[in-house]
Ligand binder design. Sequence first.
Ligand code: AMP
Length: 382
Amino acid sequence: MSIRNKQPVLGILGGGQLARMLAIAAAPLGVRTLVVDSAADACAGQVASLRLADWTDFAALEKFAAEVDVVTFDFENVPADTAHWLAEHVAVFPNPRALAVAQDRLAEKTLFRECGLQTPAFEAVDTREDLERALAKIGAPSILKTRRLGYDGKGQFRIKQLSDADAAWETLGANAHGLILEAFVPFERELSVLAVRTRHGDFRVWPLTQNWHTDGVLSMSLAPAPEVGGLQARAAALARTLADHLDYVGVFALELFVKDGELLGNEMAPRVHNSGHWTIEGAIASQFENHVRAVLGLPLGDTSARGCSAMFNWIGELPDATPVLNGVDSHWHDYGKQPRPGRKVGHATVCAQDTKTLAARVDEIARALQREEQAAPALKVL
Ligand code: AMP
């Protein structure tokens, strides 16, 4: 597709902050964005055209498909039927098969192993007896998770000791889509690799990101992750194998644990990802720009870091913007969402040319915002 001849329209299923940041990145490329969401206040609607519809409203989807050149996702849990139906009417990237694998923790971890990426020990659990059998193999501590529709630590129960099995089953056993029991990994660190692949198979990765979570939700990211040695090349090779296997087009994130210096696959997000938000200011081409480029068949931009970056996630409500706005090379992102406990409402990225300067800038902002606890783990490794 040539962006000179016609102004392409990018369709996005889901109108959250990821769609919003995709729309912002699409604009300089001359790409217009049309978002579908069932909520009238979907925050992408503040910067893109918004169509109100449910995922199963095929009459509305037909109209949408006729108006866009390409469809992509801000939300991976779009029903498989919707993704398949759309793929018959318009170009859909990533393809519905890749989406389906990433929607199911069991299929995802099975594929990781097939592609040479080790994972925590896991067992499928459909019945209370399965849970007993799985616990006999995996033991405690372990985590019982829903196979589908879990994100940000939702749909999970931590089994600290074997006697927690009843409580875990009571909480999650009624889930219609099945469960998975995973060994709890006492990891040394959490990393993610953001990768992008084009329709022609061109492939790039950004430098590895180190992440810290609170209650299963991303709290801080640091990039490039310090002292990764050979893990960068290993993560890039694994991401490429997975992407080629799925004929994946667009950006995806692979969330990884490091245990005994080795990578273990936790999950794959078939979309732009929170741990890649630093790329907006911290990389030559951001994850959002490269996703738009990839799905529209345009050449990829450079994924090199400009220096080093730290990202604070704002969960529940936004803090005072002033210290970030006053900071050097510090960048404020307000998603335009109503505050609500546990909701991602914004982030800030702090950049510098070297880690010492970055640490000083992060420390200053964290102190001004009384977010020392949030910044502490990142400051420890800077
Ligand atoms: P998830 O929704 O599976 O990405 O889980 C959210 C967070 O919970 C992860 O980023 C980890 O910090 C933690 N977590 C999930 N699974 C495990 C595991 N098997 N072992 C240790 N921590 C885990």
